[in-house]
Design a protein around this ligand. Structure first.
Ligand code: SF4
Ligand code: SF4
Length: 84
């Protein structure tokens, strides 16, 4: 039996700014989940639901073209922020 992990956050959206992307594929290499491909010299998202929200792609992208938008699961974020 393997260790089972559950993640309290997931990627709501993975945005790629195609105007900034140079298509050299560093995001493809760094992402352990295969969330990116380069098509036509621009990075595309394959499946955001594979994402572990590690943010490595944002860090590695030399153009600052990637934004991983987090979604917190099972928590009322708006209520927590409102009472903060
Ligand atoms: S690392 Fe950034 S610039 Fe390079 S292909 Fe990916 S999104 Fe484009
Ligand atoms: S946050 Fe991590 S798992 Fe998600 S797309 Fe980026 S590198 Fe891949």
């Amino acid at each position: 039996m393997g260790l089972q992990l559950s993640y309290p956050i997931k990627a709501k959206e993975i945005r790629i700014d195609e105007q900034k992307c140079e298509g050299e594929g560093l995001c493809v290499k760094i992402c352990s989940r295969g969330c990116f491909v380069v098509e036509g010299s621009v990075a595309k998202v394959t499946d955001k639901d594979l994402c572990l929200v590690c943010h490595a792609c944002e860090v590695v992208c030399p153009e600052g073209a990637i934004e991983v938008v987090e979604e917190v699961l099972g928590t009322d974020v708006e209520a927590a922020e409102a009472s903060a």
